[in-house]
Design a protein around this ligand. Structure first.
Ligand code: COA
Length: 367
């Protein structure tokens, strides 16, 4: 139990994913994340999360077509989003843009593809607007990862970078009862709609203790600059009482298994000739951070979490730092939607309790 009285409290039964914090294992609908990221793309993960079955070639092609067509429809909505995409922060923009969707006006069978596509199209359009460039229309014939790179203006959707982004989207698609998934399930448990639940989840994902971490991780790597600078930089951050971003996790007491999956995907990308000098620096910084945190808090076992290598992989595929948290949403929306379905299907209203520690009513003497 933690100081909130919440750690380990079970609020739902789920078939979607299981996080083993002691052994460092993540299982998504019966498959290890390592296997999924190595052999499957985002379309396959959507099918797995939403139907429980890893798709065969025909089912995967159907999901690719459904997401492609939904991206085209989402792009047609851009002129109807008011000033949502003018927000300086990508997550503010995404929240406001998604709020324009109305679940009641979308056919129930299309809802998950529609929302998933909208997150990618709106996030990419925000990046273009921020760069002072026109939005790039989707290519429905491409995979979701390759088209997101294209629409975000991250250059060509060459297969090595699209594969690396696919590995990231798969890895980040679901992760047990994390804060944003819990948020989505709470909203769904009131029998509200999927758009409302996803908009609320985006709000939860935004914070630096959750999906807001990878941008600051990249800023940290840039500030450190060289492996030799890692030790003094980290020592001064810790002395100032600041946290090292990309380190520590509420559930994992060992290294987050997703960190290794992303590291491998970055290695493959470098092997394919994409240039990034940040992997070597990140590894050096991680080693120093783990050692420093271990000295300060030996009982806490703080290690790298998924965000540490998220920063490196998203930078290497050519996405701007300002788009990192929104790219997390591009992936995690698949999991949110599966959890929303599961909650709507069987879940009761989630209504936790709080402990009252305020003052007791005063007995007031009549004047
Ligand atoms: N750097 C330095 N100290 C850290 C730390 C970090 N990254 N993560 C945890 N700690 C320390 C805390 O300062 C706290 O010390 P204290 O008891 O002396 O105050 C102790 O470890 C426990 O922290 P707590 O906040 O209770 O742990 P948590 O389980 O709530 O934290 C995170 C989980 C992820 C919020 C936390 O590790 C963190 O803030 N990490 C950095 C942000 C990040 O990477 N977020 C992405 C998560 S995937």
């Amino acid at each position: 139990m933690d100081s909130n009285g919440l750690e380990g409290v079970v609020v739902a039964d789920t078939e979607l994913s299981d996080v083993d914090g002691e052994r460092g294992r993540l299982v998504i609908r019966g498959h290890d994340v390592e296997e999924l990221a190595a052999h499957h793309d985002f379309e396959s993960l959507c099918a797995l999360l939403w139907t429980g079955i890893l798709p065969d070639a025909a089912a995967r092609a159907a999901m690719r077509t459904a997401l492609g067509r939904a991206r085209v429809r989402a792009f047609a909505r851009l002129p109807l989003l008011g000033d949502a995409l003018a927000a300086a922060d990508a997550m503010d923009a995404l929240r406001a843009a998604l709020a324009h969707l109305r679940a009641a006006e979308i056919a129930a069978g299309d809802l998950k593809a529609e929302i998933t596509a909208a997150v990618a199209v709106f996030a990419a359009a925000w990046a273009r607007q921020r760069a002072g460039a026109p939005a790039i229309a989707p290519d429905p014939g491409l995979g979701h990862a390759a088209d997101f790179l294209r629409m975000a203006g991250a250059g060509g959707s060459d297969s090595a970078r699209a594969r690396a982004l696919d590995a990231y989207l798969v890895t980040a698609s679901d992760h047990g009862m994390n804060a944003s998934t819990f948020t989505a399930r709470v909203v769904a448990s009131t029998q509200s709609d999927a758009v409302s639940a996803v908009v609320a989840a985006i709000g939860a994902l935004k914070g630096p203790r959750h999906g807001g971490a990878p941008g600051p991780v990249l800023a940290m790597l840039d500030a450190i600059g060289t492996p030799e600078q890692a030790a003094p930089w980290i020592a001064s951050e810790l002395a100032a009482g600041r946290r090292i971003m990309g380190m520590g996790h509420r559930v994992y007491r060992v290294r987050d298994p997703r960190a290794a999956v992303l590291e491998r995907a970055i290695e493959r990308l470098l092997g394919a000739g994409v240039r990034s000098n940040r992997l070597a620096l990140a590894r050096a910084v991680e080693a120093v951070a783990v050692a420093s945190l271990g000295e300060r808090r030996p009982e806490r076992r703080l290690a790298a979490n998924v965000e540490f290598y998220t920063a490196v992989i998203l930078d290497a595929v050519g996405l701007p730092q300002a788009l990192f948290s929104a790219t997390f949403a591009v992936a995690r929306v698949a999991g949110w939607l599966a959890h929303i379905d599961e909650q709507l299907a069987g879940g009761r209203l989630i209504r936790p309790a709080s402990r009252y520690v305020g003052p007791q009513p005063q007995v007031c003497e009549p004047a």
